[in-house]
Unconditional design. Structure first.
Length: 128
């Protein structure tokens, strides 16, 4: 595994702050390890905002992302359905189904950004 640092600009807002993208390559694959501000950039001088540092990069291993996928697939759809069918339309069963589905949908939103098919992730992988 080799690690490279690519210098580019963030495009999460109009400021276009300078960033350094740390990319790990090996086995025919590359992955972004982390992003930091570029201290040599005249605008942000190494400081990076929360939007630029965490909005599109999660830094979690593939196993965690895969586990979140299966969690949201189960929690957002079949498990709430089972709760509704087998609870006999009780208030507790419906409430539990609602909470479970909400948790599954929140996990799905996180997964959407984490799976690296979001436009800014594709951009940073292309420059890597």
């Amino acid at each position: 595994m080799s690690t490279a640092v690519k210098t580019t600009t963030c495009y999460m807002c109009a400021c276009r702050c300078g960033i350094r993208v740390h990319v790990e390559s090996g086995g025919g694959r590359s992955a972004i390890r982390y992003i930091e501000g570029n201290p040599e950039h005249p605008l942000n001088k190494g400081v990076i905002c929360a939007k630029g540092s965490r909005e599109f990069f999660h830094g979690r291993p593939r196993e965690v992302v895969r586990a979140v996928r299966w969690t949201f697939l189960a929690a957002a759809f079949p498990l709430p359905g089972f709760l509704i069918v087998f609870s006999g339309n009780s208030a507790a069963g419906l409430s539990a189904a609602f909470v479970l589905q909400l948790a599954g949908l929140l996990a799905e939103r996180w997964y959407f950004f984490a799976e690296a098919r979001h436009p800014q992730n594709l951009y940073y992988q292309a420059i890597a």
